[in-house]
Design a protein around this ligand. Structure first.
Ligand SMILES: Cc1cc2nc3c(=O)[nH]c(=O)nc-3n(C[C@H](O)[C@H](O)[C@H](O)COP(=O)(O)O)c2cc1C
Ligand code: SF4
Length: 378
């Protein structure tokens, strides 16, 4: 293995990037009637000006069977293309690449659903308490087509690739979880069947956008299910290796769900907390593996990139607090990220660092932080 440097040009997941730092998908919560507006443009401009190599957008809603929360970007028809085009141009102006995250929330909802709620099986969601209707096989085929339609729009708008969100307890992550996926048809019952829908989405996107259009995925290395009944590290390896063999261009390794022993966004006492899993996968596949979760120190990032086969690292919260963090590090101020991993940025009125809020907003936000703190082991 040749040593890699953090701030070098590289190919990551089929995309030529100016450095190996990725902004991990971060829900913006500020779309206006489902469309990209000035708040989302400003957020991404600041990150691109801050020298982030590539940005994965917050999750975009791709299906009419989904129940998007307020402020979600919805790309279920072509009226989304002008906003996406403006976003791509804004980011590209600064030499940063842009990847759209495609998602379906399934039953993991934080607000009242507007329509029917679907999942792999009729298992009650531990967060929303909703019992979804299982997708029929013909609805699965329609959903696969919707993912393909969304990817075509993203490509038309000039973005550099897409990322399929299959982590953190949303729909595709639910398909991968034996605790939730109880199907007895070809979409359930073992890791190969549980991941079939993802393989079909991958094939659909590659067929419609061309085999060279980059498709990334975010996967849990483990659901860290409270009774160890969710996706396990063993299943993760089998599934990730199969996806790599079938043309997935990059695998971002995350972990946990909102009802798991650990949240995907853990407290400050954890750092680089999915490293062992990412390292193992990267040693066994040819495609780019990206590590996310608790990366706050440039010295640690340099070490991971130079001493392991991991191709890139990604960060969310460190870049919410400091969109200019990468530039600061590149200019020689190598102090750790200022983010204290308090999760005060999960804000129903749009993602913002807690420390930028006024006193009244802080009081409301403290209640949400208490709730977040009551989830998982932190
Ligand atoms: C406010 C907020 C919104 C997030 N939204 C998303 C999202 O839309 N899609 C996703 O895959 N992960 C999302 N995440 C999770 C992050 O991408 C990341 O996996 C997690 O926070 C761990 O990385 P970090 O320690 O660098 O924050 C979000 C995290 C935060 C804090
Ligand atoms: S609210 Fe807390 S976790 Fe979020 S960016 Fe600010 S310091 Fe980091």
């Amino acid at each position: 293995m040749t040593a890699k440097k953090t701030f070098e040009q590289a190919m990551v997941g089929g995309i030529a990037v100016k450095n190996r730092i990725v902004r991990s998908a971060t829900f913006e919560g500020t779309a206006v009637k489902g469309k990209i507006g000035s708040a989302i443009l400003d957020m991404h401009r600041n990150l691109a000006k801050g020298e982030v190599g590539s940005i994965i957008t917050g999750y975009f809603c791709v299906s009419t069977t989904d129940n998007p929360a307020k402020g979600t970007v919805v790309i279920t028809d072509d009226s989304s293309i002008p906003g996406l085009t403006e976003l791509a141009q804004t980011v590209h102006e600064h030499g940063t690449k842009l990847i759209a995250q495609l998602n379906h929330a399934g039953a993991q909802l934080f607000a009242q659903p507007r329509g029917p709620v679907y999942g792999p099986s009729d298992v009650v969601d531990p967060i929303s308490g909703i019992k979804p209707s299982p997708f029929t096989e013909s609805q699965i085929r329609e959903l696969v087509t919707e993912f393909g339609d969304a990817a075509v729009r993203i490509q038309k708008a000039g973005l550099d690739g897409v990322q399929i969100h299959a982590a953190h307890g949303y729909l595709l992550s639910q398909f991968l979880s034996p605790a939730i996926n109880r199907r007895t048809d070809s979409y359930g019952g073992n890791p190969e069947n549980n991941s079939r829908i993802i393989l079909e989405i991958l094939n659909e996107i590659k067929t419609r956008c061309g085999k060279d259009y980059p498709v990334w995925i975010k996967l849990n290395c483990s659901d860290f299910h409270p009774a160890d009944k969710g996706l396990t590290p063993e299943d993760f390896l089998v599934i990730a290796k199969n996806l790599a063999q079938h043309g997935m261009d990059a695998i971002e390794v995350s972990g946990g769900t909102l009802s798991g022993k650990y949240l995907p966004s853990r407290s400050k006492k954890h750092s680089a907390y999915h490293l062992e899993y990412a390292k193992q996968l990267a040693g066994e596949v040819e495609v780019s593996v990206i590590l996310v979760g608790g990366l706050r120190s440039i010295d640690a990032i340099d070490r991971i990139l130079s001493e392991t086969p991991v191709a890139a690292i990604s960060m969310s919260r460190s870049l919410i607090r400091e969109p200019g963090l990468v530039k600061r590090w590149m200019e020689g101020d190598r102090k750790d990220a200022a983010c204290i991993a308090c999760n005060g940025c999960f804000n129903p009125n749009g993602t913002k660092c807690f420390f930028t809020l006024g006193e009244e907003e802080k009081a409301v936000q403290k209640e949400i932080m208490k709730f977040m703190g009551s989830l998982g082991k932190q």
